[in-house]
Ligand binder design. Structure first.
Ligand code: C2E
Ligand code: CA
Ligand code: CA
Length: 498
């Protein structure tokens, strides 16, 4: 716990008052014997000192209140807010500039992540407790610590390779000791680092420090989005990635109107009939400036900026048009699945746009399947679930994509009207090495069958995998073993020719 200036004044005031009372009492006892002038003057001086301290206490209390009210101090952790950061860092770097042993420093942005499984248990009080413990631990061990909005903090720390590991350990230990194992287990951390370069350290200008702060915040944003690493450093690689993402955002609108997005298709192979009976539409971007881009490079960006809604409706319209024109021409058509991002599903007039498409292209919806990921339904199960029911009521069939890649698989299945379940390709990849994964896949397939749900397994790359799935009674296999995603025209030639 930090001792504030006001507390020091109060303690001094209390001590002085005690001395004053003792001396005053002594003076009263010896009043008949006469009191020296010097003693009287001393008592008066003590009185004046007390009064001054009391005034200082009041002034300090009002200054603190002003700071709280103007947002300079966070009332919960009693840490400064980031308004103070640049000044504090500048002061610290100047004060330590003569120190030959001064380590290299990184600006660190930290965010607390609460595991979804436990978040319902976290009441407001517990949130406050966690933030206080984290704030106190940082204050004790690091310098220039400030609280940002939400569960976020920024500070300076010596830069070395295992910093994020040590920080995680120190914070987890503090939470364990103060709040118990349950809370230590449910809290995780993400870090964004910006190593302070020599120019900033030697001449710590406000602008240079603010830039380092923005860079650390940017690195944290990437760390928060990344499920594989808990720390991201603002370095050359990240700068290139940011530049690439900016280019993508700058060009996306033009790309859609300019026909740069291409709908590719990958067949799904029926394991009993041994033919392709349906397929999945997968988007590609053939950019004039940036070349051929795979969806993993742009879909996360579009999900963040909302453009994915336009892209998903572009693919959906394309598929509707294809089905309508082929049926009208009396040609062969096979059902096609279209991916629907969780952002698209949550879009306010999603249902309205879907209904408009259905009205515009009156084709049997048997031909169009919507793939929704399991993770889309986890975060906001209530409202997204009601969308899924509404989609189903319109007549679309629904596939649950990436099944087995998240936590609540079995729960999701209980209340969801899905027609098909797609076993995640990572699951199948693990089955090569782990017998346990094979057992799980076998049981998922048999459980789905009992529930009347069909099963597709993704990422089938070998004959051995195909034979294993066939023996388990899996309905469909999708993967490079049969065919890679291909341009739509090629798919039509190979699979839809009579
Ligand atoms: P997904 O929906 O799980 O699609 C399957 C991905 O697995 C595709 O990657 C496909 O090319 C790949 N794949 C298929 N067979 C194999 C195999 O045997 N081995 C391996 N290693 N991979 C295989 P792709 O086309 O790069 O798409 C990646 C993801 O991007 C998709 O994963 C989907 O989540 C997303 N995506 C693609 N198109 C769209 C779209 O139109 N809308 C939305 N919202 N997402 C899309
Ligand atoms: Ca999919
Ligand atoms: Ca998938």
């Amino acid at each position: 716990m930090q001792i504030k200036r006001r507390n020091l004044y109060q303690i001094s005031l209390a001590v002085l008052s005690l001395v004053f009372i003792a001396l005053y009492g002594r003076a009263l006892i010896s009043i008949n014997h006469g009191i020296s002038l010097l003693f009287c003057a001393f008592l008066i001086l003590l009185g004046v000192l007390q009064l001054s301290l009391a005034v200082l206490c009041l002034l300090e209390a009002s200054r603190e209140e002003k700071e709280l009210r103007s947002g300079l101090i966070d009332p919960l952790t009693e840490l400064p807010t980031d308004v103070h950061l640049a000044e504090a860092v500048r002061k610290f770097l100047r004060e330590t500039s003569g120190d030959k042993n001064r380590p290299k420093y990184s600006m660190v942005c930290l965010a607390l992540i609460f595991f979804r499984r436990f978040s319902a248990m976290l009441g407001d009080t517990m949130d406050d407790g966690l933030l206080r413990v984290v704030g106190d631990t940082l204050r004790k061990n690091y310098t220039c610590v400030v609280r940002n909005s939400g569960p976020r903090f920024t500070f300076l720390a010596p830069a070395y390779p295992t910093l994020s590991f040590d920080l995680t350990n120190a914070l987890s230990m503090a939470i364990l000791e103060n709040l118990g194992r349950q809370y230590a287990d449910m809290t995780n951390f993400r870090f964004g680092f910006c190593p302070l370069i020599r120019e900033v350290v030697d001449d710590p200008s406000e602008r240079a420090i603010q830039e380092a702060y923005s860079a650390a915040r940017m690195a944290l944003r990437y760390a928060e989005d990344d499920s594989t690493a808990n720390a991201v450093t603002y370095d050359k690689k990240l700068r290139e990635r940011i530049q690439m993402e900016r280019n993508i955002e700058l060009r996306m609108l033009h790309a859609l109107s300019g026909g740069e997005f291409l709908v590719y298709v990958q067949p799904k192979h029926h394991l009993v009939k041994d033919v392709c009976t349906c397929s999945e539409a997968l988007i590609r971007w053939n950019s004039e400036e940036m070349g051929f881009i795979m969806p993993d490079a742009f879909i996360p960006i579009f999900e963040r900026n909302g453009f994915i809604v336009e892209l998903d409706f572009f693919v959906l319209s394309f598929v509707f048009q294809h089905v309508q024109s082929e049926l009208a021409a009396g040609r062969k058509v096979l059902p096609i699945s279209v991916n629907q991002s969780k952002v698209t599903l949550a879009f306010p007039n999603y249902m309205e746009r879907l209904q408009n498409l259905v009205r515009r292209y009156p084709v049997p919806l048997y031909y169009i399947d919507l793939e929704v990921t399991e993770s889309a339904l986890e975060n906001d199960a209530g409202s997204l679930l009601s969308y899924v029911y509404a989609i189903k009521e319109l007549g679309f069939s629904i596939s649950l994509d990436d099944f087995g890649s998240a936590y609540s698989s079995l729960n999701t299945l209980q209340g969801l009207p899905v027609d098909t379940l797609k076993i995640d390709r990572e699951f199948l990849a693990r089955a090569i090495t782990y017998e346990r994964s094979k057992i799980i896949i076998r049981h998922i397939i048999s459980m789905a069958k009992d529930l009347g749900i069909e099963v597709v397994c993704e990422g089938v790359e070998t004959e051995e995998q195909m034979k294993f799935l066939r023996a388990c009674g899996c309905d469909y296999a999708q993967g490079y073993y049969y065919a890679r995603p291909m341009p739509f025209e090629e798919y039509k030639k190979i699979y839809l020719a009579d």
